[in-house]
Design a binder for this molecule. Structure first.
Ligand SMILES: [Zn+2]
Length: 362
């Protein structure tokens, strides 16, 4: 199996936080052949177990979030337009002109567009300003609120960027929801790898919910799995585009990355401090597997690992990632070969863990 095909399939399935079901069951079917047990918990976390050869070795949880960000309908106008609000960190400046899919209460999906003000009628002082999401509106083609409601679209219905996947040159891909369908794809590859060559440790591959909403869906899965070691897989920001050149160290196409510092201070006050022993293990695994290992550290970033690390006695944690550009926009870009290599890295890390792995930080 290859990351590219999995990524393509997963990027086309809408799965906004709280509505992960379709993707969750698709992922569940994909890992089933490689797992000894698969379950889906009440919230929608998908848990696949690959039993290790030594039941006294530490338990490992490798996880990626199923959900993506999106929108919620906030108001239906009399003339059929929808007002929306953000679910998750939507960048408002990319919104005018965006195509959306809105989910009705019946589960059907309907097309809509965020209408930008007609250019010919835009005064000069408005041309370079970003509109708040609350000042925008979605046009689904309806002429009245009654027509909207007949479709089953009401206040509270979710909406997402219209799913898109396209191949760029050089093997790169642009798609909606690369964050974190690339991570979900990696989980399938990891399950496949480990089922062929079983590690000492028991490994759980887990697709988590609610990351883009409140970062805490993974906590519920951790209470079930009770991991001694946790590895998260998510996007990591590159420093290889003209706007971010020299800001971060990692480049697209140069392989997986390890997160050595993430912190979000704007009201959240959380982040992840990596377990040094696990970082050493990542370096050894990368060398063994012949996979390059990039390093990421940056402020303003937070993943569900930050909350998972507080569960139980405190699992040894390390964030793994694949380089991605234009995060949270509808045109995120990645190189699926980075995801293939990330899966090799994480699988090798799992194989290196045995009963002697030092879980304590000090
Ligand atoms: Zn993510």
């Amino acid at each position: 199996m290859e990351a590219r095909n999995l990524l393509k399939a997963y990027c086309m399935i809408p799965a906004i936080s709280g509505y992960e079901g379709e993707l969750a069951y698709s992922f569940l079917e994909d890992i089933k052949p490689f797992c000894d047990e698969t379950t889906i918990d009440r919230a929608g976390n998908v848990i696949g177990k690959i039993e290790g050869n030594d039941l006294s070795a530490p338990t490992i949880m490798i996880f990626a979030h199923l959900d993506s960000l999106g929108f919620i309908v906030r108001r239906v106008e009399k003339d059929g337009f929808l007002q929306i609000d953000r679910l998750g960190g939507i960048p408002e400046k990319v919104l005018p002109g965006c195509r959306l899919k809105i989910r009705s209460e019946y589960g059907s999906w309907h097309s809509g567009v965020i209408g930008p003000k007609a250019h010919h009628a835009t005064p000069a002082e408005e041309k370079y300003k970003v509109d708040l999401v609350t000042s925008l509106y979605v046009d689904i083609g309806a002429s009245s609120d009654e027509e909207v409601r007949t479709l089953g679209i009401e206040v509270g219905c979710p909406a997402v960027y219209e799913p898109m996947y396209t191949e760029l040159t050089g093997g790169k891909v642009s798609a909606t929801f690369v964050d974190d369908r690339g991570g979900v794809a990696a989980l399938v590859l990891i399950a496949e790898n480990l089922s062929k060559s079983r590690p000492e440790a028991t490994v759980y591959v887990v697709g988590t919910v609610w990351e883009e909403f409140n970062l805490r869906g993974a906590m519920m899965a951790a209470r079930t799995v009770k991991p001694d070691i946790a590895l998260s897989i998510d996007v990591m920001l590159t420093g290889d585009t003209p706007d971010l050149r020299n800001k971060f160290q990692i480049n697209i196409g140069d392989g997986p990355a390890v997160g050595l510092y993430s912190f979000h201070g704007r009201g959240t006050l959380n982040g992840t401090l990596p377990h040094e022993g696990l970082f050493k293990l990542a370096k050894t695994a990368a060398a063994n597997a012949g996979v390059p290992l990039q390093r990421f550290a940056g402020l303003g970033i937070l993943t569900d690992m930050a909350y998972l690390q507080l569960e139980g006695e405190g699992a040894a944690c390390l964030e793994l990632g694949f380089p991605a550009r234009y995060t949270h926009s509808p045109v995120e870009v990645c190189d699926p070969s980075d995801i293939d290599k990330l899966a090799i890295l994480a699988s090798e890390m799992a194989r290196l863990v045995d009963i002697d792995f030092e879980l304590d930080r000090y």
